[in-house]
Design a binder for this molecule. Structure first.
Ligand code: ZN
Length: 257
């Protein structure tokens, strides 16, 4: 079984010191590729370094809504420059988060929007974080159809009712270890509604460890996510893994497919 972890953070200080072992364990568990998402200018260099070191690491660069407060002037020119220099780099993690203690919804939307435009101009896929900001996201998608085409909503936690419309807007939905918890009824209901052509998996390592996993999460736990979803959809695990792998490869590795 070949797997593609479409969202993780290997540059995180909880994983970086033992990243060699993390990557080896992932490979042993069948994880062929990992999309490693940056979160602020401070970690873009580490993400690019990891992609140089490991052929299995696909880099993504972006400003996460949690780090909007610390952006420095000229960030967008520097991001554009890096994206132009590295044609294999995706855009992410970017998005909207309405659960923050200090709400800055307008700035979040502005920075999210600018990164979406940049991704579209350069033809890059996007990894999107959306936490309880579904109203704002849908408003944007309806106002500007196609704005987030080739985007992936990572660790989907939205309502089942939005699945169809998100797919119509050209978005893919990725599910993480959160789906392995029986209490997560919402995501479990949503995942059976997603079309095969729009379904992806991830670990969000080092966060969101799946049920029964202690400590930092790692890409090797992908297997548990895929097995859970295969069970929920009533499809053989090998088939679910194969379909998601080919969707992810076409999106993130168009030159290698
Ligand atoms: Zn993340």
């Amino acid at each position: 079984m070949r797997l593609f972890d479409t969202h993780c953070h290997l540059q995180d200080e909880r994983l970086l010191p033992e990243v060699d072992a993390v990557v080896t364990r992932a490979a042993t568990a069948g994880v062929r590729y990992m999309l490693c998402c940056g979160s602020s200018e401070d970690d873009w260099g580490a993400v690019i370094d990891l992609a140089y070191r490991y052929e299995c690491v696909i880099p993504a660069l972006g400003i996460h809504p949690w780090h909007i407060g610390a952006v420095r002037g000229g960030w967008n020119e520097r991001l554009e420059h890096l994206l132009r220099d590295h044609p294999e780099v995706a855009v992410g993690e970017i998005g909207l988060d309405h659960v923050l203690e200090e709400r800055n919804d307008d700035e979040q939307m502005e920075i999210f929007y600018r990164q979406l435009i940049l991704a579209r101009q350069l033809g890059r896929p996007v990894s999107i974080h959306c936490r309880r900001a579904w109203g704002s996201l849908m408003e944007l998608l309806r106002r500007e159809p196609g704005i987030a085409r080739n985007g992936v909503i990572h660790s989907y936690s939205g309502p089942v009712e939005l699945v169809e419309e998100l797919q119509r807007h050209g978005l893919l939905l990725s599910f993480s270890g959160s789906i392995t918890y029986e209490r997560n009824r919402r995501a479990r209901e949503a995942v059976v509604k997603v079309n095969r052509e729009h379904l992806l998996f991830e670990t969000d390592s080092p966060d969101i460890p799946p049920d029964g996993h202690e400590g930092n999460n790692e890409p090797r736990t992908m297997v548990q996510v895929v097995e859970t979803v295969a069970g929920l959809r009533g499809v053989p695990v090998e088939q679910v893994a194969k379909d998601a792998y080919s969707v992810a490869s076409e999106l993130f590795l168009p030159s290698r497919v």
